[in-house]
Design a protein. Sequence first.
Length: 87
Amino acid sequence: YERDPALRALPICMSKTQYSLSDDAKALGAPTGFEVTVKDLYVSAGAGFLVASLGAISFIPGLPIKPAYYKIDLDLSSGTPRVVGLS
C-alpha cells in the first residue's frame, strides 16, 4: 500500500461496528481516548477506495456490472403474458 502511488491516492473507507465510533462495539456512541485496531486492509478497485476493516465485519459481494434484471422480460406474443429469462 505505501509503496504504490496509485493506492496511496485512494480514499479510505472504515468498516466498523455500527454502535460506536471506535472499533469496540461495547464502547457505545462517541467514546474518547480510544485507539483503532485495523484487522485487515483491502482494495476495492471497482469502487475506487481502500477498506480498513476494524473488526468482525461480514462483507457482502458487490453487484455485477450488468444486473440480472436486464435478462428478465415479458413475452406478450401469446394470449397469456409469460415471464422469460429467470433461469
